[in-house]
Design a protein around this ligand. Sequence first.
Ligand code: SF4
Ligand code: SF4
Length: 444
Amino acid sequence: MPLFSLPGVHVPHRKNTSDMAAVKEFMPKSVLIPTAMHIGKPASVCVKPNQEVKVGELIAAADGFVSSNIYSSVSGKVKKIDSVLLSNGSYVPGVLIESDRLMTPYEGITPPEITDYKSFIDALSKSGIVGLGGAGFPTQVKLSVKDLSLIEEIIINGAECEPYITSDTRTMIDDADKIKDGIELLKKYLLAKKVTIGIENNKPQAIKKMVETFKDDTAVNVKALPSLYPQGGEKVLIYNITGKVVPEGKLPIDVGVIVINCTTVAAIADFVKTGMPLVSKCVTVDGSAVKEPKNVIAPIGSSISELIEFAGGFKEEPGKVLYGGPMMGIAVPSLDSPVLKNTNAIIALNKKDSVTPEPTECIRCGMCVNNCPFNLQPVKIAAAYNNKDGAELKDLKVNLCMECGCCSYVCPARRPLVQTNRLGKGYLREFLAMEAKKAQEEKA
Ligand code: SF4
Ligand code: SF4
């Protein structure tokens, strides 16, 4: 695998809400909770229309280990089992619940009994917690390690490098105790001897709070990192903190590292202490089209339109509304779409900020290659994709592309490079599946 060549690109920070503690008073009229908000198999709905539910009650059960339980985020009545359109164009079942606005907790909630690593992972598999930084990987899977002695270091990802987003920043400032408790759990059950919290240096308040919180803990280091996008990318963060390169096709644990998002750590602590599973999420609502940007604790399944209304509504017509930031965010299918477990921001940009510039001819400046954290070659990838050359896409290692968008961002010709990379990755998957099928048929 190529080495990382550059520290990243400078993007505007626009952290307008970093001084704003998350507002907790937001209460949606209803929630639509999809059964697929995680990597892995969708959960199976286990409630029926007209059934009364309470906050933290199971409404869809995980289908296997690489899946995640889903719990009601409000108390009220199940209206119907609906179909929800996701950003990737697929439809999955979702549970529509009309809130009674009482937020009554489910009486069956009790803290899990944890005595060792196995019971810790078992508990997490019931918590509904997934990677809250955006990845959505079920946390019990992420923390499952064959041999705990392989773990040399746990990295807590507080980089939050995308413009606008400050939900992790607020967690580090407002819920520092939960992060402390979560790290204690990781130290106790994963036997982690060294923990490093990586935070970009444009978040001085968060760095100060973490330094204060861990001043007496010699096992925990707080590392201020340059504010360079994509600092929060898992492999980039590992390299910038440890100097280690995760080899192609390998996982962080193969170089002795586990990376976990800071808000996920706080959610683990909350669940272990109270037994309340993941039912809400701190979401940054911002962007040039939003009247009163803020951080909001939103019940999962809240509609984006209600959330934006809570932030004063639109001050002008939006051109684009995104799940996540402007670099890696994905367009929301509709304003009725729900807040998902891994939604860290809803960013609404005005029409001017949403204009995609007309691409011009490539001038072969090489900036896209020079600014790719993995030294990929987006121009060659685009050509291979246009020629439908799966073998070439494989050779060019398009599968390593993390879709960070640095190449598109720096391209003076405004070529849609990240988009062709994404298409190239999809084509390579199809090509490899076809190759595997052919090989099987030849064998038979
Ligand atoms: S940055 Fe843009 S113009 Fe420069 S080589 Fe890459 S695609 Fe061509
Ligand atoms: S989007 Fe992919 S190719 Fe472009 S800079 Fe990021 S990792 Fe490299």
